[in-house]
Design a protein around this ligand. Structure first.
Ligand code: KE4
Length: 428
């Protein structure tokens, strides 16, 4: 059996870890089957517990933009670990990565490091509320900002889309302060502002959405959010946990030329170690403890090993002027190859792509928000997922995720992937 060892490991894990995983999406619930346990990875390849080599299009959900076990990151972590793993005291490496990040990303003066994207977004919203003195927030259906209570809210009904909890444990009291709008729908956002005058602390948005597949903003959408925040004295928070240091040196702010007030990071900024961050100009960051009254803290925030990994990653990106263009070209090549294969077999589909983010949707209509993303043929996606897996190609085990391209992929890897799609297309 191809995944016998993974199956054994999954059974053992399931005895002592809820669902056998430490993050639900890894459990393959959306596609069925047994999660693959990985032993090691190098470059574009995973090597699983059964010895299978897989071409990786998840890359730890984004961090491995330069490939797994990237030597400068590995060397930096080994060197740091020998000096001690954590002190709970300031270290120079935190300043170095902060200076580099601030130099790469537009419109930020300071950055605070935390341990996950969730923590970054949660802290950013608290800071926006503290800075603005307001309490309500606007988010978008289908956008994911981590598992903090304020974000686990689904669209309720009614003209002004009141939030309601989409997880037990989130209170109605919390949900009432989170208002939702469809992604790419400026009119809905304007209506929420009209219905809640001077109560909106911030809009938090994935400026390029990656948690309902990959959905780029419609022309004018980000500019419209910027204008609405300016008109109503609200903070614009770009959740760039996925897009930061992946789509461009300066992220989506640079790519689209729209300035956020607070920017959240994760994934790439940690080089695969647990790092999140949020950043803003002095005027806002001066409200954060210990400078100001907005409290936020963390025992392992700025951990030296994580900082060393992130610093090595950012240095590598900063020193390679062509890396983002190479990533975009490889992603375009993959897009064209997969589209040609599926079209040749009359498989209805749509592909969204921007930079090194891409998603395949088995639907007839353009995918521009959560509602249209949900119209995809999920049974066909499950067949697609398992067909690719059996061919040694590992994509996200959910139709509501984006693929993350790594620069470690060769054009031979891309051709192998396209050939696998061609092989399974008749079964879709
Ligand atoms: P973490 O807390 O998982 O580090 O980051 C939360 C987060 C925040 N913002 C965006 C835009 C994100 O995509 C994420 C996390 N992304 C998911 C993948 N869709 C992580 C995978 C998982 O939950 O295991």
């Amino acid at each position: 059996m191809k995944y016998q060892r993974s199956s054994q490991l999954f059974r053992a894990a399931s005895e002592v870890i809820p669902g056998g995983v430490n993050s639900p999406v890894r459990a393959f619930k959306a596609v069925g089957g047994t999660p693959i346990f990985v032993n090691k990875a190098k470059g574009a390849y995973l090597y699983d517990a059964d010895g299978n080599r897989l071409i990786d299009y998840i890359n730890s959900w984004g961090p491995m933009v330069l490939g797994h076990a990237f030597p400068p990151v590995i060397e930096a972590v080994i060197e740091k670990a020998q000096l001690g793993t954590s002190f709970g005291m300031p270290t120079e490496i935190e300043t170095k990565i902060a200076e580099l990040a601030v130099s790469m990303v537009p419109n930020i003066d300071q950055i605070r490091f935390v341990n996950s994207g969730t923590e970054a977004c949660m802290s950013a919203v608290r800071l926006a509320r503290g800075f603005s003195g307001k309490e309500k927030i606007i988010k978008f259906a289908g956008c994911y900002h981590g598992h903090s209570d304020s974000f686990l809210i689904q669209a309720g009904s009614g003209a002004v889309t009141f939030g309601s909890p989409n997880s037990p444990g989130v209170t109605e009291g919390t949900a009432k302060d989170t208002l939702l709008a469809p992604y790419n729908n400026l009119e809905a956002v304007a209506a929420i502002f009209e219905a809640n005058p001077s109560e909106i602390a911030c809009i938090i948005v994935e400026p390029v959405a990656g948690n309902m597949g990959c959905i780029p903003p419609d022309s004018g959408f980000l500019e419209g959010l910027r204008a609405l925040c300016d008109a109503h004295g609200s903070v614009l928070v770009f959740d760039e946990v996925m897009t930061g240091f992946r789509l461009a040196r300066g992220g989506v702010q640079e790519l689209y030329g729209v300035n956020a007030d607070i920017v959240c990071f994760g994934k790439v900024i940690g080089g695969g170690l647990p790092v999140g961050a949020f950043a803003a100009r002095h005027e806002i960051m001066s409200h954060l403890a210990p400078l100001g009254p907005v409290y936020q803290a963390g025992t392992l925030s700025g951990n030296p090993l994580a900082m060393a990994a992130g610093y090595a990653m950012l240095q590598a990106l900063e020193s390679d002027a062509e890396v983002f263009e190479r990533l975009a070209q490889k992603t375009e090549y993959l897009h064209k190859g997969i589209a040609a294969s599926l079209t040749a077999h009359n498989i209805t589909h749509t592909i969204n792509r921007i930079g090194s983010m891409i998603s395949i949707h088995f639907s007839e209509t353009p995918v521009v928000d959560f509602e249209t993303a949900a119209e995809g043929n999920n049974e066909r996606f499950k067949t697609f997922f398992h067909g690719l897996l059996d061919a040694g190609i590992y994509i996200a085990p959910s139709a509501f995720e984006t693929w993350f391209i790594t620069d470690a992929l060769t054009y031979e890897d891309l051709d192998e992937t396209i050939a696998a799609v061609t092989k399974i297309a008749p079964n879709l």
